[in-house]
Design a protein around this ligand. Structure first.
Ligand code: SF4
Ligand code: SF4
Length: 339
């Protein structure tokens, strides 16, 4: 690990723009935040705000062709993106990428994009509105193993820059930087600790996780909850750790050729047909089973045992988007009160 002092953030942005396509979170006039590509000429200030959509579709495309057979041979469909950087990505979304890296470790389509990406993380020094990252070990400070470079804001628009690995060190080569005394790391720890203390009390969530894993949540509770689920897939679309997909074949017969394309697309465990088998047997035909399955995958012991963490990174997006008011805070509260 190498630690530097950075006086001028735009020098780092310009340096990276010479090597990478650079994406950064930008807020529009309606106060909506989204990832947008920056250019040397147009360079927005860095903000520590969570975009509505996570970064998962940079690697796991919403729709993509897995293979194409044109009647004679198979065509290559692996993506070949230019090197790109996600500049200022927050710790919860980085933790989700770290999980997706495990889930898609043998997936060549995911890995083709992932290997082209430099992750520049940004520490949160103020809690966000719906987030609870400290409760699920996903923030507010960027975990070293999840980013190539970490930025930590200091006073007077100065920055601490931490390069966590060779990829990060290579990316900043040639940039004029002052090495930093280690005591800045202690200062960083103190700031992050103070930020953690400022998060609202999330004991509802930890208590509900225990109830969920102790078998204290009844089937009828899930059935009641599921009445409010519209099956819109807003939660699974925005959740940075949801990684389920379906595949389909499309046959295009035109003139003398028959082209078959195998596609994959984001699926949702809240859809009625998600687990339906070819025999029409459906283990989650009841809406209650589907809602239960979603939350079991976020907080169940089985998930934890496999990935050494919860399936939720505490971003709060499901709470913000769910039209049925059954996002994470609402569900966990109700488990505590009613299950
Ligand atoms: S966002 Fe809410 S209503 Fe939509 S699928 Fe998810 S739980 Fe159901
Ligand atoms: S379950 Fe909700 S709070 Fe947890 S990571 Fe997914 S969207 Fe974020």
């Amino acid at each position: 690990m190498e630690i530097y002092h950075l006086d001028d953030l735009s020098l780092l942005q310009q340096h990276l723009l010479a090597q990478y396509q650079l994406y950064q979170v930008v807020k529009n006039d309606d106060k909506q935040c989204s990832w947008q590509q920056q250019t040397k000429e147009r360079n927005e200030p860095l903000i520590a705000e969570l975009p509505q959509s996570s970064a998962k579709d940079f690697f796991f495309a919403e729709h993509e062709n897995l293979l194409i057979f044109n009647g004679e041979y198979f065509q290559e469909t692996l993506p070949t993106p230019a090197p790109f950087v996600l500049f200022g990505i927050l710790s919860c979304d980085l933790t989700a990428i770290s999980y997706q890296d495990q889930f898609f470790k043998d997936d060549p389509y995911y890995q083709a994009r992932r290997q082209q990406c430099l992750l520049v993380g940004l520490d949160c020094i103020k809690p966000c509105q719906q987030g609870f990252c400290p409760t699920v070990d996903a923030g507010p400070g960027v975990r070293e193993h999840t980013a190539d470079i970490i930025l930590h804001p200091l006073e007077n628009h100065q920055w601490l820059l931490i390069s966590t690995n060779d990829k990060g060190t290579e990316a900043i080569k040639g940039l004029s930087l002052k090495t930093c005394h280690w005591h800045f790391l202690t200062q960083r720890d103190l700031t992050l600790h103070q930020c953690e203390q400022e998060f609202t009390d999330d004991s509802d969530i930890t208590q509900a996780i225990d109830k969920l894993n102790n078998g204290e949540v009844s089937d009828s509770f899930w059935q009641q909850l599921a009445v409010q689920c519209l099956g819109c897939s807003g939660c699974t679309t925005l959740c940075p750790t949801c990684s389920c997909y379906g595949t389909r074949s499309i046959t295009d017969e035109s003139e003398d050729k028959k082209v078959i394309t195998q596609q994959r697309f984001w699926d949702s465990c809240l859809y009625e047909g998600f687990q339906r088998e070819a025999s029409f047997h459906n283990p989650s035909a009841e809406a209650g089973k589907r809602v239960q399955r979603f939350w079991q995958h976020k907080f169940g012991n089985e998930f934890f045992a496999e990935f050494n963490r919860h399936g939720c990174v505490g971003c709060g997006r499901c709470e913000q988007t769910c039209p049925g008011v059954i996002g994470v805070h609402s569900v966990m509260k109700r488990i505590n009160n009613n299950a």
